[in-house]
Ligand binder design. Structure first.
Ligand code: FPP
Length: 247
């Protein structure tokens, strides 16, 4: 029996965020090089995007490249950029066909011009999609994002557009790159590591966390369904007691 049959379709997470990890180690374990892991990782992105859209998840955010990933060997960064550019080009027609809108969060200024242009093209060509929003975190880190938000608030205070008393949680949330999305209900991390790695640190405050040993290149639809099923067994209390939540 598939986990798909066990999922309660009326209690789906609205927003799922994913840290795709384990590509390199998985490829090495097969005697292949890391870029093979990333190539198969793109196939997983396709399968999981399809699964999320078919189920009715509204937002899927995937951590494709962190600010810290710029420190990887130059050849791996080059391969990853090339892979992303080609994947965006190849997948755009299908994203349009199935109504998935692509958006990007991250420091786009650091991307090579060719990758940035391709990403912008995909964003504008898929802008009419209303079935699901696929958010690629690209050259993204939470600390970068929070620093940018602080700068923008400080500028507004300096220019008397805001007072210090105006600063509250809603205002900070509104200065983040994710201002147009609900906070993730569920974070999935593949590949066995138990950390957040500078990803959506503000937004994950009340998210349910799901860690699996499965490396990203073998994380496909069934593993995604299993994660959703696990999410549905949790009680989200937001600081309240179980009795309060149940009443
Ligand atoms: C982590 O595995 C994965 C990455 C750093 C990159 C993942 C990016 C993709 C699969 C491309 C997605 C692109 C699009 C356009 C959807 P790792 O290399 O850190 O694995 P390791 O922990 O085993 O070394």
């Amino acid at each position: 029996m598939s986990y798909l049959d066990k999922i309660d379709k009326t209690r789906l997470p609205k927003h799922v965020a994913i840290i795709m990890d384990g590509n390199g180690r998985w490829a090495k374990s097969l005697g292949k090089d890391r870029s093979y892991g990333h190539m198969e990782g793109v196939v997983s992105v396709r399968h999981v995007t399809e699964a999320a859209r078919e189920l009715g998840v509204s937002y899927l955010t995937i951590y494709a490249f962190s600010t810290e990933n710029w420190n990887r060997p130059e050849s791996e960064v080059f391969d990853l950029m090339d892979l992303m550019m080609k994947a965006l080009e190849r997948e755009t027609p299908d994203l349009i066909k199935v109504g998935v809108r692509l958006e990007i969060i991250g420091d786009m200024d650091r991307l090579p011009e060719k990758v940035r242009n391709r990403a912008m093209k995909c964003i504008s060509e898929t802008a009419g999609g209303h079935e699901m929003t696929l958010v690629l975190a690209l050259s993204y880190s939470s600390r970068w994002e929070i620093v940018e938000a602080v700068k923008s608030i400080a500028r507004d205070v300096k220019e008397n557009k805001l007072t210090v008393q105006d600063i509250n949680e809603a205002l900070v949330s509104n200065r983040l790159t994710t201002r147009n999305y609900p906070e993730p209900d569920l974070l999935i991390r593949t590949g066995g590591e138990l950390r957040i790695s500078n990803f959506l640190m503000w937004q994950l405050s009340y998210s349910e966390l799901y860690f699996t040993e499965t490396p990203w290149p073998v994380f496909r639809k069934e593993e995604f369904y299993e994660a959703i099923y696990s999410f549905q067994s949790r009680e989200r209390r937001y600081g309240k007691t179980s009795e309060q939540v149940q009443n």
